[in-house]
Ligand binder design. Structure first.
Ligand code: NAD
Length: 293
């Protein structure tokens, strides 16, 4: 079977390094990094992602604060909440949990987050910097950064390889394709309007799937020996689970494991890497504030 890419194990290593640096920061400047999260509405999955972020912060000794706004709030109200944390020196990272209700202007909200605290890396100037050769963004979005880190840690080479990314969202597919090109990969992006996705996917040396479609990728989509990252997290009703649901990916794991050389599981793959990267970005931001190298 394929090598399983255990994001949870690597994320744990990263978290303990972050905890160590937080302790050192506390000892040297008497402050710890702080993360502020704004959550709109009552989505169960978003609530559990935010809970994970809060637990992760607490574990490494970072400050965490959550502001909750009602489903029917205005773009203006979300921007005001962002602006409050932009100005508050106790917080080095500010993010708005996605997805937002459809009536809100997502791009306007990305724009409001101050560049120096944009630990999700969704500010247009951060995304733009990622696209410019020779320009370093202040922050790289957490899920794409976690995907790259996971591949590098398992010695999956990127240079000259054909990477097929399924999905072109602002938060996963697009930034991921930009980072992959920085690593000299040949990148193809598939999306909901692509013709013959299965045939294109089958040419991938590395296949990264972020479509949000349970079991979209079956064995016929895979070239033997391909390395697969499954970013999808699809809640499936399961009364035997604590919250009444469990998560499955976009890739049929059982089929993939006999064809691929490597595959990340769901849960325990990309998800924990995302949270670890958020801690790293928040730490980096605080270090920049306190001039720590
Ligand atoms: P999104 O809905 O914004 O974008 C989905 C993308 O997939 C779109 O670009 C769409 O064109 C494409 N797509 C949809 N169906 C397709 C199909 N049949 N064939 C090819 N392309 C198709 O979603 P998102 O925010 O990018 O998230 C994608 C998935 O990743 C979701 O399951 C989400 O929950 C998960 N996710 C996981 C993490 C994590 O940390 N593990 C982080 C972010 C998102």
């Amino acid at each position: 079977g394929a090598t399983v890419l255990y994001g949870n194990v690597i994320a744990e290593e990263i978290r303990s390094k972050v905890a160590n640096e937080v302790r050192k920061m506390k000892a040297s400047v008497g402050e710890v990094p702080g993360l502020a999260v704004i959550l709109v509405g009552e989505r169960r999955d978003s609530q559990s992602y935010v809970r994970n972020k809060s637990i992760a912060c607490e574990e490494v000794g970072m400050k965490f604060e959550l502001t909750e706004l009602p489903e029917h709030c205005t773009t203006e109200q979300v921007c005001n909440a962002v602006s409050y944390f932009n100005k508050n020196p106790s917080f080095h990272g500010v993010l708005v949990q996605l997805p937002l209700p459809k009536h809100l202007d997502e791009v306007r909200i990305f724009d409001e987050v101050c560049l120096e605290k944009d630990v999700d890396g969704f500010h247009p100037l951060n995304i733009g910097s990622l696209a410019l050769c020779g320009k370093e963004p202040l922050f790289i979005p957490c899920t794409p950064k976690g995907c790259i880190e996971l591949l590098l840690r398992y010695n999956v080479e990127l240079m000259g390889k054909h990477v097929v990314v399924i999905g072109r969202s602002n938060i996963v597919g697009v930034p991921l394709s930009l980072i992959l090109q920085r690593h000299h990969a040949t990148v193809s992006i598939l999306h909901a309007y692509s013709s013959n996705p299965e045939i294109i996917a089958r040419e991938a040396d590395i296949l990264i799937v972020a479509a949000g479609m349970p079991n979209l990728v079956r064995s016929s989509w895979l070239k033997p020996g391909v390395a697969v990252l499954d970013v999808g997290t699809n809640p499936i009703k399961d009364p035997s689970e604590e919250y009444g649901y469990r998560l499955i990916g976009d890739v049929c794991f059982e089929e993939a494991t006999s064809i691929a050389s490597a595959i990340s599981p769901v849960p325990g793959g990309v998800g924990p890497m995302t949270v670890a990267m958020l801690l790293l970005n928040t730490l980096e931001s605080a270090k920049r504030t306190f001039n720590i190298t």
